[in-house]
Design a binder for this molecule. Sequence first.
Ligand code: ATP
Ligand code: MG
Length: 243
Amino acid sequence: MTEIPEDHPRHDSLVARHRIEEGVEKGLTSKQGLIAQGRGEAFDYLLGERTTESADEAERVAAASLLRARHPVLSINGNVAALCPDETIELAEAVGADLEVNLFNRTEERVRAIADHLREHGASEVKGLTADARIPGLSHERAKVDADGIYDADVVLVPLEDGDRAEALGAMGKTEIVIDLNPLSRSAQVATVPIVDEILRAVPNVTRHARELRESGADLEAVIAGFDREATLEDAERAIRSG
Ligand code: ATP
Ligand code: MG
């Protein structure tokens, strides 16, 4: 990978681009993933490439939801695997969640490549290969999940998810945490907890909140109950419009 100087004003975004590019080269990320990253970047630019106060609050609520869950699962696609494998594995460990590969453009080869990649990064178990259950209301390939993974989960973190599947998971009654820089995307709009933030900033911050909530013995129910998803989405849109 080309060295990017630490003090380059666009350092983080250039690092992310290179990771996605490498992800495509390694067969982890689909070409569509390049387009998704570009869309995300545009919104991040408008947000000022920062975690807003309301995103930070959503990240704290996400942490509380994952900690309180009976069975939390983090859904991994090709962009997540390329951008932040270590950070995602760390979050799974911090909240006791399963990791499951779940792809929009599913091929068995890419599912296996991503699972191997996560294991190389230290994940002990990766779900998504069995694919013995279906999310109702979606076309065959996109509906595939593990019966003892996302299908059984009560809380699912779906970063950079497409709107359709986000909606279908919500219809199954799951608490859905979405990370998506576009507050107007259907994924963010249907999420129980929409996090409008860049994934590389969001995931480690959810982990940090989870550790703090646990150490302080905070009342998780109260943290979750105090959340206003509409206000969060409105705030994100305001931040984008005003810069
Ligand atoms: P809709 O949700 O309206 O159905 P879509 O899901 O089809 O749209 P995609 O381009 O497939 O649209 O989804 C990618 C989404 O992920 C975009 O909304 C984009 O803003 C967001 N995104 C891309 N990269 C990142 C990133 N690094 N961090 C956070 N969000 C990102
Ligand atoms: Mg979307």
